[in-house]
Design a protein around this ligand. Structure first.
Ligand code: ADP
Ligand code: MG
Length: 695
């Protein structure tokens, strides 16, 4: 058997393979394209394509696909074979530079938020050479961006690349001011921690709600949930370990740096964390990770649930987005340095993040908003819907000192240019970390914790990169024209801290008191997706996107429309599923059981035998069944009403204010009934069956 280092990245057309297989000039030209984002010459593309094809066909590959990330949140692909007929009736395997660089999928069925109606029906895909091609299932995958013919982004990659370019440009200006001439590119880096559930596949298939919606719409609480906290970091079960082993192997072959795996808090819940990499690649890798999790789970007789809240009453799943900014010279710009200059620079980048998070709280909230994630945020298991930053005592001490114009006197060191002492090394052990903050500084990076497990990390990083780019631009504008750099820098950092300190909160984010305080501080509390989404197209946000070249106004409005539609469609599917379960399974099951009880009661009464239990039971069943029927009826009528509405904004509020509460009311009664109907007569596997089925 081959060792991990031997197989790592073996399915990737990465740097090593390129170096071996491409002529020197081609390799150099391609590197330039990758590093500097330059246009690729067609003749170069032909050579690269041919080398890729040879490399792939040697490994049994017959097809290629442009792999892209439409606004559905999942990836898309259409396979084409390499075969090309010859005059003699045989075929050869061919792949041209043109086919590598550009594709034209029939894209008319992907969400476009009206973009295609306004412009061109077709879309095209364009090779993104910054993310390596790879082999999966006998097919060569080429990561691409997906745009309309008018150039409007129809995907999640294009704006991400644009946002990375925006932050690169502005960060370079800042670095120049600090005399870092050697740096030629700056990239953001991300390590996303992925949570998921594994349950038995046979159980999964018996649950219409899981199959259609990804979450349970019904289900009484089992006697045991997560209260003993015995699952967290517990010994991994054999079947789960077999799954994890295969997953790791497959991910490693794809060059994905799967690093940490462990059991999470809820029963049947697990986590996988990779080693961080460039944001664009991390995004592609996270998509692949989720896809492989699903596929490999199925091979092991399990279903992988990536929904943000598959089960009521136990923790949902999130995705912590560890984010930082790095130079091509290997410097992490969010790492406090050893020298005064480095520290001043660190403080300026920190100030940019603080200002960005405060000014664009709404966009950060929107970047994680979905029907599924609404179940987590603010439910005391994930950060609240209020965005705030955790810095920790030590860094807070430094900022307080700057604000008050004092020394930071943890250790007496000499006075420095910026007006603070050499920053202390921040503790990097995890013990004193704040786990309740939406956006926490963790020593040399920020951990954005509001993301749901199911979402592409693209959206969150587009917003982060863009907002921070904007602040860096403002800082660079000011500092480039400063007469005295140090004085202006001092004043700027102090001003930002003073004006934006309201966004910093180092306490317990799960505490209700904090929500009150946050409101008093004027922070936004956008509780649900319909509350948050309208801010997508707020003037200040449209201006930000436009200025940073990330979204035109049309593109931003299209994305707003898509997010809104998606929310409404998800709730619509949930309501339809709930109705089907109620009408076809739950109510009939309750009815059938009532008949059984009634039969016993009738028999007992005719023999004049005491039938207290049967009588009480029948009464309870009967009154609960009536109540459930009324709720079902109401839900059905209101769903019909929603189906007649045409304005998605209106529908979204109707979903939030009417349909979701009605589904919850029906569920409460159904769950209560589940506790009295005998196990064998309830139409679905119970929560206990689902959560404790994998041995
Ligand atoms: P923790 O102490 O939080 O466990 P780790 O170092 O294990 O910290 O990191 C958690 C996640 O953060 C991992 O996915 C890791 O790769 C990622 N990470 C670490 N450093 C960076 C960085 N500079 N940029 C982005 N992500 C990072
Ligand atoms: Mg974490």
């Amino acid at each position: 058997m081959k060792s991990v280092p031997e197989t790592f990245g073996s399915l990737v057309f990465g740097d090593e393979v390129m170096r071996q297989r491409l002529p020197k000039e081609t390799y150099k030209a391609l590197q330039k394209t990758i590093q500097k984002g330059l246009e690729l010459d067609r003749s170069v593309a032909d050579v690269v394509a041919n080398a890729m094809k040879d490399w792939a066909t040697e490994q049994g590959v017959t097809h290629f696909t442009h792999w892209f990330q439409p606004m559905t949140g999942v990836t898309a692909e259409k396979h084409d074979s390499f075969i090309s007929p010859t005059k003699t009736g045989t075929v050869i395997m061919e792949f041209s530079g043109k086919e590598l660089v550009r594709g034209e999928p029939d894209a008319s069925s992907f969400p476009s938020g009206g973009l295609r109606a306004t412009f061109e029906a077709r879309g095209y895909t364009a090779w993104d050479p910054t993310s390596y091609a790879f082999i999966k299932d006998k097919c060569l995958y080429i990561p691409t961006a997906f745009c309309s013919y008018g150039g409007e982004a129809l995907d999640k990659k294009t704006p991400l690349l644009r946002s990375m370019e925006a932050i690169n440009k502005q960060a370079l200006r800042i670095l120049k001011l600090f005399g870092n001439e050697g740096v030629t590119s700056v990239k953001t880096t991300v390590g996303p921690e992925q949570e998921y559930f594994l349950i038995d596949k046979a159980m999964y298939e018996k649950r219409k709600d899981l199959v259609y919606t990804g979450r349970t719409l019904f289900g009484a609480r089992p006697p045991k949930g997560q209260e003993l906290e015995d699952h967290y970091f517990g010994a991994i079960k054999t079947r789960v370990q077999a799954f994890m082993n295969e997953l790791n192997e497959e991910l490693w072959k794809l060059g994905i740096l799967a690093k940490t795996e462990h059991n999470e808090v809820a029963p049947a819940q697990h986590e996988l964390a990779p080693i961080f990499t460039t944001t664009n690649i991390a995004t592609d890798h996270n998509q692949l990770t989720m896809e492989l999790m699903r596929k490999i789970a199925a091979k092991h007789g399990m279903a992988c649930l990536l929904h943000e809240k598959p089960f009521a009453g136990v923790n949902g799943s999130g995705k912590h987005n560890n984010w930082s900014i790095s130079t091509d010279t290997g410097v992490n710009l969010l790492e406090p340095g050893d020298t005064p200059d480095e520290n001043a620079q660190f403080l300026l980048f920190l100030a940019a993040v603080i200002k960005a998070v405060d000014e664009y709280q709404d966009l950060l909230r929107i970047s994680v908003a979905s029907a599924g994630n609404d179940h987590r945020l603010g439910a005391n298991e994930a950060p609240p819907a209020v965005v705030s930053i955790f810095l920790g005592d030590e860094l807070q001490g430094v900022l307080d000192a700057i604000e008050e114009g004092k020394h930071y006197d943890k250790k007496v060191r000499k006075q420095l240019k910026i007006g603070v002492d050499v920053l202390p090394k921040f503790p990097t052990d995890t013990t004193d970390r704040n786990r309740t903050s939406p956006f926490a500084f963790t020593g040399n990076k920020f951990e954005f914790r509001m993301l749901g497990s199911n979402a592409s990390i693209s959206c969150a990083n587009i917003i982060l990169n863009t907002a921070v780019a904007e602040e860096l631009e403002q800082f660079a504008d000011e500092l480039e024209k400063a007469e005295d750099f140090t004085t202006s820098l001092n004043a700027l950092v102090k001003k930002v801290i003073t004006e934006h300190k309201r966004i910093i909160f180092n306490g317990n984010g799960y505490d209700d008191e904090w929500i009150k305080e946050a409101e008093a501080r004027g922070l936004m509390n956008l509780k649900t997706t319909p509350d948050a989404l309208p801010y997508y197209v707020a003037e200040k946000n449209l201006a930000l996107f436009k200025k940073q070249g990330v979204f035109t106004e049309t593109e931003a409005r299209a994305r707003y429309e898509i997010a809104l539609e998606n929310y409404c469609k998800v709730i619509h599917i949930e309501a339809l599923t709930a109705l089907q379960m109620l009408k076809n399974d739950i109510l009939p099951a309750v009815s059938a059981y009532q008949k059984e009880v009634a039969d016993v009661l009738y028999a007992k009464e005719s023999y004049k035998v005491s039938a207290k239990y049967e009588k009480a039971m029948l009464q309870k069943l009967s009154s609960q069944a009536d109540a459930l029927y009324l709720e079902t009826d109401l839900l059905e009528k209101n769903l019909a009403k929603a189906e007649k509405m045409t304005n998605y904004s209106e529908i979204s509020y109707f979903c939030k204010d009417v349909l979701i509460p009605e589904m919850a009311a029906a569920r409460a009664i159904a769950d209560d009934l589940e506790t009295v109907v005998p196990s064998g007569k309830w139409p679905y596997p119970s929560y206990g069956d689902l959560l404790f089925s994998v041995k």
